[in-house]
Ligand binder design. Sequence first.
Ligand code: SAM
Length: 249
Amino acid sequence: MPVTVHGARPKAWEQQVKSYVRKRYAHLAEAHAFPEGGAERARGAGYPARFIDGLPERVSASYCGCGYLLDGVDLKGVRTTVELGCGAGLDARLVCERLDAGARLIAVDFASQMLHRAREACEGLGDGARPHLLAGDMENLPLADGVADVVLANASFNLTVDKKKALAEAHRILRPGGRLVARELIREGELPAEIARDPQAWNASLGGVCEETEWESLLAGAGFCDIDISGHAPFRPVVSVRVHARRGV
Ligand SMILES: C[S@@+](CC[C@H](N)C(=O)[O-])C[C@H]1O[C@@H](n2cnc3c(N)ncnc32)[C@H](O)[C@@H]1O
């Protein structure tokens, strides 16, 4: 089955792809086998140099995002933030450093090995300032309706096999008026044939990449408003974008 077709797919296929993705990220985390150059990519994406340089190399090297998630994002007055697909926890740490006293971050990933890395990344933060790490699937979140003021995601929606479900879940856990802030991958036209035919493309974050218009209609379909997709930056062979949207009141 071609990996870039976004129509109806058999459930068994979806389960298989999801299981491959989870196993791949579990392995990357367990073996500390993250793609090379994580810290440089984070610096290049605009993460504050002081933040990256202040992290143990093992932590900064585990960055797997596709852009600077918090660029221009104000977390003042935010009580509960939920991060989806937190990976090894660089954004989780940065968020925790910026939250008001008493505010909390719930960082979710379906690979428990990633959550161990995220715990490591957040070592040294004060007791009340560490994230709550939660094992869960973005397509079926173990969180109550309306719990979040802000939902964050960096390079994780593109890995979900059912984006409608994942966005519906993000919308469900946001309070009315709450914000979705994501860095995501989009494709501009078809992917090169050798990638589109590659059964491993989903694992490499590419099989599930949508076009910008698909993203807009998926977001609108999930009930989001004030949708803004901007900050296009090359992320070969695709493009990284900043996605902002709001749950209507
Ligand atoms: C490309 S990595 C990005 C990690 C992190 N956000 C960062 O910027 O370094 C994607 C992460 O999303 C997680 N993930 C993928 N699909 C998921 C799903 N359905 N539910 C929960 N986590 C998922 C993976 O385990 C992985 O840790």
